[in-house]
Design a protein around this ligand. Structure first.
Ligand code: 6PG
Length: 234
């Protein structure tokens, strides 16, 4: 199996600069070839520094569609909202003119209804995406596809018809319902950058590379031919 490349950086700063350059390069290529370019990015605590770098890059952001790999089923004004994270980091400065497609619709009556709205909105975005920047948890979850969750049946099906699904709160995670891109959507991209930081996540990645690994990230790593690169820094 052609395992995705793992690039180890000496410092987080080097990783953030290289990751931002890789995403900008993919978006530039997309804009040269097509009317619009498209990008899906993770939430969480790790990628904010990369997004702040991206927001300052000289790019025709008005032709770039940005969405999330996943979102929490919470008020978009909540400090835990990934849409709020993007609003405070990526969708600033030069990137403020990008077209953002949220996954969470606060007017929706349920996570399932919000996922259906997002799936329809995402269908109108340019696919394949030009870049996906994905995170991973210590438990090997990617996006909001968590080990043992009932949403994995569709969420990890590379042939799934849906791009966005609702994820129920689970034991032990996620603590609240989520919205997540499916593996099918995450793989439908020209560049997939999995960005992880710290020893714990490197251990989780090593475990996921075992033949019998069951974590969601292991399913991603087994997708032969997928455009996955892994960046790690301490
Ligand atoms: C989220 C993210 C999630 C994240 C991992 C890692 O909504 O939390 O999209 O998939 O990438 O949980 O999170 P950290 O970067 O906070 O470790």
């Amino acid at each position: 199996m052609n395992e995705p490349s793992l690039r180890r950086f000496e410092t987080w700063d080097e990783l953030t600069a290289t990751a931002a350059d890789a995403v900008v390069g993919a978006l530039h290529a997309g804009l040269q070839a097509r009317e619009e370019a498209s990008l899906a990015v993770a939430g969480g605590r790790t990628p904010g520094d990369i997004y702040r770098r991206l927001s300052t890059q000289s790019l025709d952001w008005s032709r770039v569609v940005v969405t999330l790999t996943d979102e929490r089923w919470i008020d978009p004004a909540s400090p835990e909202s990934n849409a709020r994270l993007l609003g405070e980091t990526l969708l600033q400065d030069r990137a403020a003119s990008a077209r953002f497609i949220p996954l969470n619709d606060p007017s929706a009556v349920s996570p399932e209804a919000a996922a259906a709205v997002a799936d329809t909105a995402l269908a109108a975005a340019p696919w394949p995406l030009d870049a996906v920047l994905l995170g991973m948890g210590d438990d090997g979850h990617i996006a909001s596809l968590f080990p043992g969750n009932s949403a994995l049946t569709i969420g990890l099906d590379p042939e799934a018809l849906l791009r966005c699904i609702a994820v129920p709160a689970g034991e032990p995670a996620p603590p609240q319902p989520r919205l997540s891109l499916t593996l099918r959507a995450l793989l439908d991209t020209r560049l997939l950058l999995l960005v992880i930081r710290g020893a714990g996540k490197l251990d989780a990645l090593d475990r996921a590379r075992e033949p019998d690994a069951a974590a969601p990230v292991a399913t991603l790593l087994r997708q032969t031919g997928a455009p996955v690169s892994i960046f790690w820094a301490p």
